[in-house]
Design a protein. Structure first.
Length: 308
């Protein structure tokens, strides 16, 4: 065993000890680095993880290996638990593209029009919303509303995907995920020529010109499920590279080809084993959501869960 491997083993052992001592549950998003996914109690998408954490009755501490809005969502659904984000700088550029004040301004310009907000948003933005959605259930959530017109924020690409699958008129905020927006249709076309037997899967945060070329447009959870259940053995994957770790673990006989080696979210990669350990040692960085904001944000999330 090399010194590096020995050091990693000691880190993992110390994390396991502190997890028991702190009565903690460790959550890792599908985009986290592989070694962080490997030490997590649960790996999944942001809302799935928050719901699992809320269901773990004997956990006092939640260590969320992801970005800030995800840890906030865990706190919204588990107000009695301490929620830790191992690196407080791990924000989400998409979530930062809209503020609560901007949502209030939208509501003033379009009185009576319901606001559907993607979960990739701050607690304050969720609190100003009528209902939340995920990339997997966005169409169902929009369709569940009686109004013919809907404000959709903050992702313009997900909004375009929803608009193409509903008769409702969407007023779409001009935000985007820098990682997914980087994918170009020319890349998909080139990979189709290079791998004619591969199934092309992309995330709905990609540009409309990209989703139009895909065989499957799926959330991260949908991609993982499709990869497991599909008879295909080769897949082109249009989302953040971290998901490939789990795909390859779960499907050892299949091949997964990233659209680009540049499909990396730098904020997702801020979390390391060392930071998870420090977080458990010092109970940092605690994520707090003011109770009035938390209650209103929770209503928007609960309404979504009732629909789906």
């Amino acid at each position: 065993m090399s010194a590096a491997e020995g050091g990693a083993d000691r880190l993992v052992a110390e994390i396991a000890r502190l997890r028991r001592e702190r009565e903690a549950v460790i959550l890792a998003h599908n985009y986290q680095i592989g070694e962080v996914q490997d030490i997590a109690d649960f790996v999944g998408d942001s809302l799935e993880l928050s719901r699992k954490a809320a269901a773990v009755a004997d956990a006092r501490v939640i260590v969320f290996c992801g970005v800030l809005f995800m840890a906030e969502t865990a706190k919204i659904l588990s107000p009695g638990k301490m929620v830790l984000l191992p690196d407080s700088r791990a924000g989400c550029p998409l979530a930062n593209m809209i503020t609560a004040e901007q949502v209030r301004s939208l509501k003033q310009k379009h009185p009576g029009v319901p606001v559907v907000t993607y979960v990739n948003s701050s607690a304050e933005v969720k609190a100003e919303s009528d209902i939340c959605c995920t990339s997997a259930n966005a169409v169902r959530v929009v369709e569940s509303l009686q109004a013919p017109e809907v404000i959709f924020a903050p992702d313009r690409n997900l909004g375009a995907w929803v608009a193409a699958h509903t008769n409702k008129r969407l007023i779409i905020w001009d935000g985007y995920c820098p990682t997914h927006d980087r994918i170009l249709p020319e890349q998909i076309t080139a990979l189709r020529h290079a791998h004619p037997e591969a199934v092309v899967m992309v995330h709905p945060e990609c540009r409309p010109a990209v989703t139009a070329l895909a065989d499957q447009v799926l959330s991260t959870g949908g991609m993982l499920r499709f990869a497991r259940e599909s008879q295909a053995t080769e897949f082109v994957v249009g989302t953040e590279l971290g998901i490939l770790h789990r795909m390859r673990l779960e499907n050892p006989g299949k091949t997964f080809i990233p659209v680009s080696r540049l499909m990396t979210c730098p904020n997702m990669k801020r979390i390391t084993l060392e930071k998870v350990l420090w977080s458990l040692e010092d109970l940092r960085e605690q994520v707090l959501v003011p109770e009035p904001v938390r209650e209103r944000a929770e209503r928007a999330i609960r309404r979504m869960l009732e629909v789906t």
